[in-house]
Design a binder for this molecule. Structure first.
Ligand code: FAD
Length: 489
């Protein structure tokens, strides 16, 4: 079957990859001149890459790891020591670590917490354990039911102090969804904790060895095209054309630079575009349908990514760092963490600025100056001296609407990959899958869409070689149900 897919982010590419595996022919349309969507990267005039976002992979990403294996590129992930490192704002320039020992889960996580004495007192450790352990034991159904609360509200209900929230969970919340605990749904933090604590290496982190566009998306594109699929850059979907029965008749591709629009027809159509774009593009007759109306409950969250090149080495830490700064979220010295950006003499910091709602409209210069002021606190020995570190160049990438903003009660708005329209499907990390707005969620959503299309085509008797998409385990496909009042009681 010919399947037209709008959007060449990880979800669209994953969907196309698994469709080719099942013997179908995907045609992927991407509006921009670059693959990857939220993982897209560009090369500047010096040949240096700059990215939409600092991206970290986790041991708890089964579908991403399987995909990399299937592409034969799993060695591109550079796994780091199993540790989490936080800056200590009260002692500028110092770090506090949670080192995970070589023990089965969840004991390695418990020991990591017990051994950390900088950020948590014994009283706080006991408080945290009393709040979190029962929540983890009550299972995912309970976790789903906490979607009604912000994480701050939930912590308060568990008797966990404001100090613990300040110390650990602001950093965790910002790293997961670019917002603070008083905005984020409790479900997000608790789901992430479950993924991380269930598997020994769940919270172990890896960096890709270069830009995601070149090192991850391009191999995906090559895999797809080598098997008869097509990827078209600079091919924005302009309109979804309908038949009288409201099924899709064709995708109108906007002609660029004076070219005429083009209508692409296929057997099946997929939107792997961001939810904010899809909402604008919904055909009028679909807008009455409750399934599509629910999309109004989802909206992308703003975030800003900075990359700063310095004239010297600021740190030799080869790991993600949680800044615990009100302005910044996580950051890393990519000259240490990423083979493709390695430099033994100079640092290249990649930093995520979040929450970004008050910054997204500001100039790059203002954003840069505020970030440099923060760096004075993070690296005092390099900036507060006679010969301070010199900024050689920088790039700022603003994303006004990135992953869906996971405030309370969003789960009920997240759509399934299968829609009420028989020849139209959805992919994207905002669609329902258990990994929320992440790369793993995007890859899994694409796989689920490909699986649904293949299954439906088999049932309709147009099965090519009867290849269902690679089997998915229960854990990978389990689709969370919206929270119910009963579940929380
Ligand atoms: C700063 C930042 C840091 C992040 N860090 C991490 C991390 O460390 N770990 C992690 O797992 N995840 C992280 N994420 C989240 C992760 O990047 C996303 O969840 C994932 O990439 C989303 O993929 P997607 O395919 O669902 O959507 P997108 O990447 O948004 O893809 C949608 C695609 O549709 C295209 N499109 C839009 N309009 C049209 C149109 N009209 N026609 C055709 N195409 C169109 C877009 O250009 C884009 O390519 C981060 C995100 C950001 C922004």
């Amino acid at each position: 079957m010919r399947v037209a897919i709008a959007g060449a982010g990880l979800a669209g590419l994953s969907c196309a990859k698994y469709l080719t595996d099942a013997g179908h022919t995907p045609i992927v349309l991407e509006s921009r001149d670059v693959l990857g969507g939220l993982v897209a990267a560009w090369q500047d005039s010096d040949g240096d890459w700059y990215e939409t976002g600092l991206h970290v992979f986790f041991g708890a990403y089964p579908n991403m790891l399987q995909l990399l294996k299937e592409l034969g590129i799993e060695d591109r992930l550079q796994w780091k020591k199993h540790t989490m490192i936080f800056n200590q704002p009260e002692k500028p320039g110092t770090y506090s670590r949670f080192d995970f020992p070589n023990l089965p889960a969840p004991w390695n996580g418990i020991v990591a917490i017990l051994r950390n004495n900088d950020m948590l007192s014994w009283g706080e450790k006991i408080q945290l354990a009393k709040g979190l352990v029962p929540a983890m034991l009550r299972g995912q159904e309970y976790v789903e039911s906490t979607d009604r609360y912000t994480f701050s509200q939930w912590l308060k209900q568990q008797g966990i102090s404001e100090d613990i929230q300040q110390d650990i969970f602001i950093a965790a919340s910002k790293s997961l969804n670019f917002i603070n605990p008083d905005e984020i749904s409790a479900l997000v933090l608790l789901t992430a904790l479950r993924h991380f604590l269930q598997k020994k290496d769940g919270s172990k982190m890896a960096f890709l060895d270069g830009s995601p566009t070149e090192r991850l998306c391009q191999p995906l594109a090559d895999y797809i095209t080598a098997r008869g699929g097509e990827i078209r850059l600079n091919a924005p979907l302009k309109e979804i054309l309908l038949n009288e029965d409201k099924t899709v008749k064709g995708f109108v591709i906007r002609g660029l630079n004076g070219a005429l629009d083009e209508v692409l027809t296929a057997d099946v159509y997929v939107s792997a575009m961001p939810v904010d774009v899809l909402k604008i593009m919904l055909p009028e007759p679909w807008k009455q349908d409750g399934f599509f109306q629910k999309l109004e409950g989802l909206e992308g969250v703003p975030v800003i990514n900075l990359q700063l090149w310095f004239d010297r080495k600021l740190t030799d830490i080869d790991q993600l760092l949680f800044s615990r700064s009100p302005l910044l979220s996580v950051y890393a010295d990519m000259s240490n963490t990423c083979r493709g950006y390695a430099n033994p003499d100079r640092s290249m910091l990649e930093l995520v600025l979040a929450p970004a709602k008050d910054w997204i409209a500001k100039s790059e210069e203002e954003i840069l100056q505020a970030t440099l002021a923060e760096l004075q606190k993070l690296f005092p020995s390099h900036f507060q001296q006679d010969n301070p570190a010199k900024l050689l160049k920088y790039h700022v990438v603003k994303t006004p609407r990135s992953v869906y903003k996971a405030t309370p009660d969003r789960q009920k708005y997240r759509p399934s990959q299968i829609t009420p329209i028989s020849n139209f499907y959805l992919s994207g990390s905002y669609t329902m899958q258990p990994y929320l707005g992440s790369m793993e969620g995007a890859v899994l959503s694409g796989k689920l869409t490909a699986q649904a299309i293949s299954t439906r085509s088999c049932h309709a008797g147009v099965c090519t070689e009867a290849h269902p998409v690679a089997n998915l385990s229960q854990e990978q496909t389990q689709t969370p149900q919206p929270a119910t009042n009963a579940a929380i009681a």
